[in-house]
Design a protein around this ligand. Structure first.
Ligand code: ATP
Ligand code: MG
Length: 405
């Protein structure tokens, strides 16, 4: 039985990036290494034109599933590595085509020879291997234009390679090639989707999560971490930053009118996220706001909340309908985590009727009652950072299986 020995990965948009090319390639290689770290025997290398994923006995299928998700990959092909021997190659193409064969199937052999000492040139090799296929499948049809199967045979210095499949990748840009952004990650449906979309365009995200224990539970925190873990499959490890938010929420609750509670809370979140961004060399803030969805997401609210910073705030889902967002959440497998019923810090003191058109003048007046700078400083000083890896997701699956047995 033939088994795939490696997967050849073709780069996406990055091929147009001129002299930055190597930087892009190295980022992509590192991302692939992170994501595939759940397969300990897999080894990844990269050169200017291709990235090679060596399977070393690892099952092809799950690795392919992981590769399909990684941003910056245009397409990839599983490859058989074989001895440079005509008889071995004949046997291989016979086996592959017998496996794929169904009535009416068309094929062609496309050989390439970079080792010019090999006994046959590419034309002869096409004929020899084509004949070998006809020997075992007399009814198969050869077709030069758009055949169902193109068997690519490459004779290189070190070995011969055969591939016949090209699988489409996720596209996008390798995570990290666009710089770093802070994703404000709640436990809701929208912010993980916003994070996913930012990752797609190459932003290396760090997840900032506000927690207000004991009002918010350890379960709510774990939920945000689980969501972060789901996002690691697109480009690798993500730093998770937990911000202690209890003191601020209690202060606001005690000193500001209820109608303005939400606006004030959001302004603090924005300030703190921006401060963390600054010390961690981020360039933007990303959140999951969607226009008109809730009181904090009117244009007036956005303006009042956004007024505390001049840092660009990216809102990838701002113009999407809830159903469109949910569709993506299901696709990226975050939806079922997001709907777990844990209270977010924003809902704990949430007023029945938050202001949908807060006035900045009033907001600033109420903030005078608070030690804004001190509160922000203490929250930033109290952050806890953990690195979330895809590995842990695998561990969880194993735990789950163990529990079941
Ligand atoms: P989500 O589904 O992402 O929670 P939402 O529609 O429920 O969004 P809000 O809860 O008002 O809307 O939050 C708007 C945005 O504010 C979120 O998408 C997120 O970016 C940010 N945010 C809200 N709560 C938190 C939190 N506890 N930690 C970090 N960011 C938060
Ligand atoms: Mg929410």
């Amino acid at each position: 039985m033939l088994t795939y020995s490696e997967i050849m990965v073709r780069y996406g948009e990055l091929s147009t990036k001129g002299k930055n090319r190597m930087r892009f390639i190295n980022k992509l290689k590192r991302n692939i290494q992170h994501v595939l770290s759940i397969y300990p025997d897999v080894h990844v290398t990269a050169d200017r034109d291709r990235c090679h994923v060596y399977l070393h006995g690892t099952d092809y299928q799950p690795v392919a599933e992981s590769l399909k998700q990684i941003f910056g990959i245009q397409a990839f092909s599983p490859v058989y590595k074989l001895e440079k021997d005509v008889e071995v190659l004949k046997k291989a193409v016979q086996e592959i085509m017998t496996d794929l064969y169904h009535e009416g199937l068309t094929f062609k052999i496309a050989s390439k020879r970079s080792d010019h000492n090999f006994e046959l040139d590419s034309r002869d090799l096409n004929h020899t291997l084509g004949d070998a296929v006809f020997d075992v499948l007399p009814n198969i049809q050869a077709q030069m234009k758009k055949p169902d199967v193109t068997l690519k045979v490459e004779i290189r210095e070190e070995a011969a390679y055969i591939s016949h499949e090209e699988i489409r990748g996720a596209g996008g840009l390798p995570v990290g090639t666009s710089g770093k952004g802070m994703l404000m990650l709640s436990g809701g449906i929208d912010s993980p989707v916003a994070g996913y979309l930012a990752l797609k365009r190459g932003v290396d995200i760090e997840a900032v999560h506000f927690a207000s224990p004991p009002y918010t539970s350890p379960g709510a925190l774990k939920k945000a971490q689980d969501l972060t873990r789901k996002l690691t499959k697109f480009g690798g490890n993500i730093q998770f930053i937990e911000v202690p938010f209890t003191e601020i929420q209690e202060e606001i609750k005690a000193k500001a009118p209820e109608a303005y509670l939400m606006t004030l809370t959001r302004r603090f979140m924005m300030r703190i996220t921006d401060r963390i961004r600054e010390v961690r060399d981020g360039l933007v803030i990303i959140n999951g706001e969607s226009l008109g969805q809730v009181a904090s997401q009117t244009l007036e609210s956005m303006q009042a909340i956004n007024a505390v910073t001049s840092t660009p705030v990216i809102r990838p889902v701002v113009t999407m309908d809830k159903l469109e967002i949910i569709e993506i959440a299901e696709k990226i497998d975050t939806f079922n985590i997001s709907i777990q019923p844990f209270e977010d810090c924003c809902t704990i003191f949430a007023p029945d009727r938050p202001k949908t058109n807060p006035k900045i003048k009033n907001v600033e007046q109420y903030e005078k009652r608070l030690d804004v700078e001190g509160l922000v400083e203490r929250a930033v000083a109290g952050i806890m950072i953990t690195e979330i890896t895809p590995q842990a997701e695998q561990d969880e699956v194993e735990d789950l299986i163990e529990d079941l047995l």
